[in-house]
Structure formats: structure tokens, C-alpha cells
Ligand binder design. Structure first.
Ligand code: ADP
Length: 268
């Protein structure tokens, strides 16, 4: 299905709510959408051993957030490279191909990165966003905080924020019913897709085990942390009038509602 205008979307949801599933389905149905993941961009820099990558590696390993300035410039740079940001130059909406050609997402040396970090976005030719449907994206992992959202609004305002909701109790039941076959990674659920023989893998007959992070206690902690950080983020977007909430007991229940709303807003 084709889009009639640019969709700039983020999905927000607690761990286990099925963000990945909904993203995949949206990308499949709307080929003009692409996904940009802050985690992937960072990991790419770490792998390439760029100065930025080296700088953020220990932070990422510790599971902490990398500084807003770095992550923001990384995202803006990516959007700019894709040609989705237009110049705010008085000459008009000219795509800044020349300026983005000198910027690469990976930094080959410290001087490049220092220059990249010390120049505010507007001096590097970032301006208003393209409204062309091809400039449509789902952001994954960014923004995570209200502060990041505010900064992102300065260059490329998000025009739909989907808050995915499933009751805590339902997710807990899903998790507590989950069993895995360690060797193959096959996953079963005593409620949705039980193994043929209880407690045993269908293919090998070997015993199934619980995943270490599938404990109720661990999950409750992750949920709490998510609620704390997502609340100000969702409030930020509610104030902007772009927040849309959808609730369902399963991904299959949520998908049709999400598709309907997405089509209403963006499809041809
Ligand atoms: P996870 O879902 O496990 O957090 P991600 O791939 O989204 O994995 O992110 C991996 C790491 O990259 C995070 O732990 C964090 O250090 C960094 N990171 C990703 N996105 C952001 C962001 N928006 N702000 C700050 N740090 C981020």
C-alpha cells in the first residue's frame, strides 16, 4: 500500500508487548517505510572502530544511555544522508547534497568527529523535513527520553507516536507460559502453542527449559523502568497532539487497529 505523505513514526511499548512484530508488519505493508534503529547505528560505529564507536562502547556495554548530543547528531546525520532533511538556507528548500556528502555516518578520525559534534545542526544544513512519502520512517530505540524528543522536534518532528498497550497481567502470563528448547532456540507457550508432549521439544524430544530473564520478578522490574522513562516521553507527544494509543491482548488484536489508523493518516 502506498503513502500519500511522509510518515515519521515511533512505536512505544513495554518490553514484550510486541513492538518488533508491529514494526515488521508495518514495514511489510508499506514498502516506502524504512526503519532506523539507534542501537544498530551505534553498534555499526562500534564495530567499525570509529572514534564515536570507541567513545560509546563502554557506555553501551554497561547498558547506560549514550549522551544525547552524540545520538542526536547520529540520527540527524543518517536522515540527512538519506536526503530527508532539506536545507533551512534562505535560498529555499534545496537538498543539501553537497553538505551531506562530506559527512559519513562513520567517522574516520578524531578530528572529523570533533567537527561533527561541535557544529550545531543548523550550521550543517539541517532544516525542515521532507514531506515526500519516500521520506517515511519508523524510529526504533530513539527518542527514549523527553529531552531527546524535544531535540528531535527541532529538526524533524515525529507526526505519529503509537503507544502499544497490553495489560501487565497478560504479558506476565505469556512469559510464565514460555518454554524453550535450548539447543535450537525453538519457543513454546503452554497457552498458545504447547509442545506435543508437555515439557519436551517436538523435534528432538529433549527437555524444555525456562529462560533466565523470563522470571516474574525480573520482568516486573523492566516494566517499572519502562513506565518511569516512557511517561514523560508520551506526555511530550500528547502535548504535541501526535500521540495515539492502542490496546490489545495480543499482537494479532493490535495489528488491524494499527493498520486502520495508519492508513487513515498516511495512505493514498
Ligand atoms: P536495547 O533494546 O537492549 O536497549 P538497543 O539496540 O535499542 O538495545 O540499544 C543498545 C544500546 O545503545 C543502549 O543500551 C544504549 O547504550 C544505546 N542507545 C540506543 N538508543 C539510545 C538512545 N536513544 N539514547 C541513548 N542511548 C541509546
Amino acid at each position: 500500500m502506498r503513502l500519500r505523505k511522509a510518515a515519521r513514526v515511533i512505536l512505544v511499548g513495554a518490553p514484550g508487548v510486541g513492538k518488533g512484530t508491529q514494526s515488521e508488519r508495518l514495514l511489510h505493508r508499506f514498502p516506502q517505510l524504512s526503519s532506523i534503529s539507534s542501537g544498530d547505528l551505534l553498534r555499526h560505529n562500534v564495530k567499525q572502530r570509529t572514534p564515536l564507536g570507541i567513545k560509546v562502547e563502554s557506555t553501551m556495554k554497561a547498558g547506560l544511555l549514550v549522551p544525547d548530543d552524540l545520538i542526536l547528531r547520529l540520527i540527524n546525520n543518517e536522515l540527512n544522508q538519506r536526503g530527508w532533511l532539506y536545507s533551512s538556507h534562505p535560498a529555499g528548500n534545496v537538498m543539501t547534497l553537497a553538505s551531506c556528502a562530506v559527512e559519513t555516518q562513520s567517522f574516520s578520525n578524531d578530528a572529523d568527529m570533533a567537527a561533527f559534534i561541535s557544529h550545531p545542526a543548523h550550521t550543517r544544513g539541517y532544516g525542515s523535513p521532507s514531506e515526500d512519502p519516500s521520506a517515511s520512517f519508523l524510529l526504533d530505540g530513539f527518542p527514549r527520553t523527553a529531552a531527546q524528543a524535544e531535540r528531535l522536534d527541532e529538526t524533524i518532528p515525529i507526526n505519529m507516536v503509537v503507544s502499544l498497550k497490553t495489560p501487565l497481567q497478560v504479558i506476565m502470563e505469556r512469559i510464565s507460559g514460555r518454554w524453550v528448547h535450548e539447543a535450537s532456540g525453538r519457543v513454546y507457550n503452554t497457552t498458545f502453542n504447547p509442545p506435543k508432549v508437555a515439557g519436551h521439544d517436538d523435534v528432538t524430544g529433549e527437555p524444555l527449559v525456562r529462560r533466565a530473564d523470563d522470571s516474574e520478578e525480573v520482568y516486573r522490574q523492566r516494566w517499572k523502568k519502562f513506565e518511569e522513562t516512557s511517561e514523560p516521553l508520551l506526555e511530550h507527544y500528547a502535548r504535541k497532539g501526535v500521540l495515539w494509543e492502542v490496546e490489545g491482548m495480543s499482537s494479532d488484536e493490535i495489528t488491524p487497529k494499527l493498520m486502520r489508523e495508519f492508513e487513515r493518516r498516511f495512505a493514498e
